[in-house]
Design a protein around this ligand. Sequence first.
Ligand code: GTP
Ligand code: MG
Length: 150
Amino acid sequence: MERTFLMIKPDAVQRNLIGQVVSRLEQKGLKLVAAKLYQANEDLAKEHYAEHVEKPFFNKLVSFITSGPVFAMVVEGNNVVEVTRTIVGETNPAKAAPGTIRGDYGIDLGRNIIHGSDSNESAEREIGLWFDKSELNNYKLNNENWVYEK
Ligand code: GTP
Ligand code: MG
């Protein structure tokens, strides 16, 4: 089973959407391993989005992400990066399919509700940035056999 890092962004926290977004992850059958409401400082935001440092939108992105608390999560499941990218939807909420989180809750590219790691390598890097090992819970969901064939 793999892990990924998901973050409900400050726009969705301010819009009181935490519960609805977390609910979708739970309904999907995913396991929450860690979660916290946390306001990132500039260093953490820059490190998190380091791959975009050269992009014209980088400074706006960093100031948005640090503008208020985010709801940071570690989620576990089979093939979890692909599964969560699918339910999150396309980067631009205006183009994201209805039924996806971004497609249902967002309009603007710069207010796109949630972040999800794009590979297992990014996931491990981002989990390490946002969480201490002691914050990760190791437990088994007793409905696992009803979510996965094996
Ligand atoms: P994340 O899960 O947030 O990493 O989104 P993503 O993987 O779907 O997209 P990507 O990593 O390419 O971009 C990171 C974030 O930068 C996006 O979620 C957007 O909020 C923002 N972003 C991407 N492209 C643009 C752009 O052209 N303009 C602006 N203003 N923001 C952008
Ligand atoms: Mg990304």
